[in-house]
Design a protein around this ligand. Structure first.
Ligand code: COA
Length: 254
């Protein structure tokens, strides 16, 4: 099993837990590989009917590891992309339980989960522009489809944190729960789905996703190209350096 990923199967639910709390569960290349493997295992194993993705008690994930971003080589396909494609193509229902921070891909991966539950103190954030980057995970079309252009622009242009209650209002999560009940409730929901007729559930999921699937794949391809170019650019370099040096970035020279 990959480092910092804990996978378990119980009552036909595969739980994938992000477990790197000392770095706020920031996702490394090896964690993405572990997450891809877990999703593939869930798809292949007839004993698994539902996937539950969660983090540690006070953190879902702070998004992509910024050191990995800083060291990214031009032209390499990031396992993050393959993870997102695998998640978007999952045939079995996927539920997310978000406690604490959900930054960047921590928020955008929720757009590919069928259901999402958040702890009342959780914080969501889409800081791509602030990092000299652009949206990924198909979020450039999924966010406006969910909440309209204006509200998507507000989240993406400013990149400020927002609460679970706002995430619920915007349709990013289904419900907000007390932190102490988050995992038990999300697990109970997953088990409830695991008892449903599996073909009927998967067919329903496939039908729900059918009309958007092509445009989401196109959006991901478009975003990936732009994101990769920006990641190699001076604005992203300044943003990453500023994070590491714990200072405010200076974009005045661009
Ligand atoms: N990549 C790498 N390391 C990260 C990280 C990331 N995305 N997010 C947090 N960390 C590390 C910090 O560097 C710190 O490490 P250190 O203790 O060795 O210095 C540790 O995790 C704890 O983070 P810290 O910033 O001290 O915690 P906080 O509670 O004050 O803030 C966040 C939490 C998530 C708000 C803040 O860490 C943050 O903004 N992280 C960057 C998120 C981001 O931009 N992700 C990319 C999205 S595309």
């Amino acid at each position: 099993m990959a480092e910092h990923i804990v996978v378990s199967v119980q009552n036909r639910v595969l739980t994938l837990r992000l477990d790197r709390p000392e770095k706020k569960n920031a996702l490394t290349l090896s964690m993405y590989r572990g997450m891809i493997e877990a999703l593939q295992q869930a798809e292949a194993d007839p004993a698994v009917r539902v996937v539950l993705i969660t983090g540690t008690a006070d953190c879902f994930t702070a998004g992509n590891d910024l050191m990995d971003f800083a060291n990214a080589k031009p032209g390499e396909t990031s396992p993050a992309i393959i993870y997102l494609q695998t998640l978007a193509a999952a045939q079995k229902p996927v539920i997310a339980a978000v406690g604490g921070v959900a930054v960047g891909i921590g928020t955008t991966m929720l757009l590919h989960c069928d259901l999402a539950y958040a702890a009342s103190g959780a914080r969501f954030q889409l800081p791509f522009v602030n990092l000299g980057l652009c949206p990924e995970a198909g979020s450039s079309i999924l966010l406006p489809a969910l909440m309209g252009h204006r509200r998507a622009a507000g989240l993406l242009y400013f990149g400020e944190p927002f609460s679970s209650e706002v995430a619920q209002e915007l349709g990013i999560v289904n419900a907000v729960l007390p932190a102490s009940e988050l995992l038990a409730t999300a697990t109970a929901k997953a088990q409830q789905l695991a008892e449903k007729p599996p073909s009927a559930l998967r067919t329903t999921k496939a039908l729900l996703k059918h009309s958007a699937a092509g445009s989401v794949a196109d959006a991901m391809a478009r975003e990936t190209e732009k994101f990769a170019a920006l990641l190699q650019g001076p604005e992203a370099r300044e943003a990453m350096m500023a994070f590491m040096q714990r200072r405010k970035p200076d974009f005045s020279k661009f």
